[in-house]
Design a protein around this ligand. Structure first.
Ligand code: MRU
Length: 348
């Protein structure tokens, strides 16, 4: 199931808020629809919102009515600003939009139509490179798994959260494809249930054994020696290896450390923000309190109660056993080794 489809010059986004019950695509005829889809989590997951925003910019470029390249670029910059402001934590969103704008600014003198064509080419490149990165990450990551392994994951870092294949779930898929006996525990991931609705759905479709647990079961699961390692995705990793990911990840990492279970993070370089030195600098999205006070449209808390709803937390680098990227597995010390991986990339 593709989260993002570009077909016949049209963008369609799978409405993940309706999964697993209903499969419905949102037709994006204007960029506001794309921005809205990102805000309401119809399309979600760091790499997926980056790719969706890139295509959103292509859609927006089609809405600009001018033949003057300068006016076109000014209007496009403002559309990129609107798309970039939809969600603050996942750096892939801003990364993809910056990459699109940079491609145009380095294109030289072009007509508006030529600029539109370049944008589409770049959006396709972002999309295709993401799938390719995930496959590479899968290959590197699966080497960390023994032949038989029980893995706990949090939220959804699968095909639905990316252009395809997935990051954390990509590693699980790769191990399964190579004949390893992998079974998965999926945290349901309150408040929006990405684990229950999306991760367990992807695993069931793939025929990978999966057991759903509520978030508060992870500690007991580990104490019963029922899990061998944890693997999660990331929304932003800072230069020192601190990891922002779905709320609850930090708790799982603390539990893993206590129980001496490896805690792996799988993420492409587009998720690593070398401009931030540590996790405290990551903007953490706070979402509507109704996501906590309500469940599936039903109220589950008394009227007038206050609720706090940070969508992400930060796991300090000391709890992270290794970061799996498309360029290889990065081990601590992260400040040194992340720098090195970017240096090597530049030299390619
Ligand atoms: O709020 P969401 O559903 O967009 O949060 C997604 C996550 O936290 C994922 O784990 C992360 O983006 C990595 S996706 C490959």
């Amino acid at each position: 199931m593709d989260a993002i489809i570009w077909e016949g010059n049209r963008l369609r986004l799978l409405d993940q808020t309706k999964l697993p019950g209903t499969i419905e695509y949102i037709e994006c005829n204007d960029y506001y629809t794309v921005a809205e889809a990102i805000k309401r989590l119809s399309v979600r997951g760091a790499p997926a919102i980056g790719a969706a925003a890139a295509y959103g910019l292509v859609v927006g470029a089609g809405q600009i009515q001018t033949e003057d390249p300068k006016v076109f670029l000014e209007k496009l910059e403002s559309i990129a600003g609107e798309l970039g402001a939809t969600r603050p934590t996942a750096v892939n969103l801003r990364w993809a939009l910056d990459r699109m704008m940079l491609r145009l600014s380095s294109a030289g003198e072009k007509s508006v139509q030529e600029l539109r064509d370049i944008l589409l080419e770049e959006a396709h490149a972002i999309y295709n490179e993401d799938v390719e990165s995930n496959r590479r990450m899968g290959e590197y990551g699966q080497q960390l798994f023994p032949d038989e392994v029980r893995v706990l994951t949090h939220c959804n870092a699968g095909a639905l959260a990316t252009a395809g294949y997935g990051t954390a779930l990509g590693v699980i898929r790769a191990a399964h494809e190579r004949g390893k006996k992998v079974s998965v525990y999926a945290d349901e991931t309150r408040p929006l249930l990405q684990g229950a609705r999306l991760t367990s759905w992807e695993m069931v479709q793939e025929g990978i054994p999966v057991t759903l647990i509520t978030d508060n079961m992870a500690g007991y699961l580990m104490s019963q020696k029922m899990v061998d390692c944890v693997i999660v995705g990331a929304d932003r990793i800072t230069a020192n290896g601190d990891v922002a990911n779905k709320i609850g990840t930090y708790g799982v990492a603390v539990l893993a450390k206590y129980h001496q279970i490896p805690f792996y993070v799988a993420a492409p370089l587009s998720t690593i923000d070398m401009n931030l030195s540590s996790g405290e600098q990551i903007p953490i999205e706070e979402r509507d309190a109704r996501e906590v006070t309500h469940h599936a449209g039903q109220v589950v808390a008394p009227d007038g109660v206050k609720a706090w709803n940070p969508a992400f937390d930060v796991t300090p680098n000391g709890l992270v056993t290794a970061i799996i990227t498309e360029k290889g597995v990065v081990q601590p010390p992260y400040t040194e080794n992340l720098k090195k991986i970017f240096r090597d990339k530049k030299q390619e």
